[in-house]
Write a protein that binds this ligand. Sequence first.
Ligand SMILES: [Zn+2]
Ligand SMILES: [Zn+2]
Length: 288
Amino acid sequence: MRSRFRCPRCGEALTPWSRELELAEALNPFESQTWLLPSQWFVRRDHPRLRDSYLGGHPASYPWLFAPLTRWWLRVHPDPRRTAGCCGLACCGADLPNLVCACGLEIGLGYRDCAGPHWFALHETVVHEQAVDPTPPRSIAGRLARLRQRVGRPIARPGYDPGGRNAWHRERTTWNEALRLRAVTIDCGGGSEDPALVIESPQLPAGAQLVVPLPWCQLVRLVVLGEQPWAESESPLTWMSGAREGPRVCVSRYRRRVLLTAWGPGQASWAVTIEVRAWAEAWAGLRG
Ligand SMILES: [Zn+2]
Ligand SMILES: [Zn+2]
């Protein structure tokens, strides 16, 4: 089955058609600056893996949890006292919802601040629409086994620094300060405890590779579940490897380019832009 959630007042769809996430390895109860789960999926707050996590005390009146997507009908509440975190969208609890429907109804909680996973949650009064899934995901176990094997090879860290540290997702004029990659290939390695992406491109110096650490749950989403490898620039796809305490990685798209930034740890930062088609094809290659 798949589900879609609608506003109880105006009837507008608040989410795209989504599936309930069963693959526990794609769920993220602990990593900060990383989505709780992939886009186009949802979990209930009573999921057993969330019990001992940051989400353990999540309010029962907001039982439906999603990735923090922006291209929905949900909007951030206009009252900054409900939304201002130290570095992203904060959440003050069930009494002060910070996400509203386009019609103005206060219907959601959202969190994109520093400690713990990023998520959106919908109130229990939303209309839950269900339909038969026309293309249910297949061969997940087989893909997971292949990924485990592939990620096992060792990689040389830390990788090449291409510069471009002033590029910023929301400021599109800064994107041109980053090295522009027209063709890329992606592989992974480092083991499932501390994996990283390895990116090669003819636009990098000979022998140079970009090495991008990521949590195992994020690699599983991108490769096994086929998650879209970017989000929009208002709320980029983001992750951070807790095993290395960084870097914080963000990927966003604008027109035909994606911007990939890696910030920290410390002062280490770099950015590149990649043609969207080349980035999508490189992920398709890694998924096999
Ligand atoms: Zn509404
Ligand atoms: Zn913060």
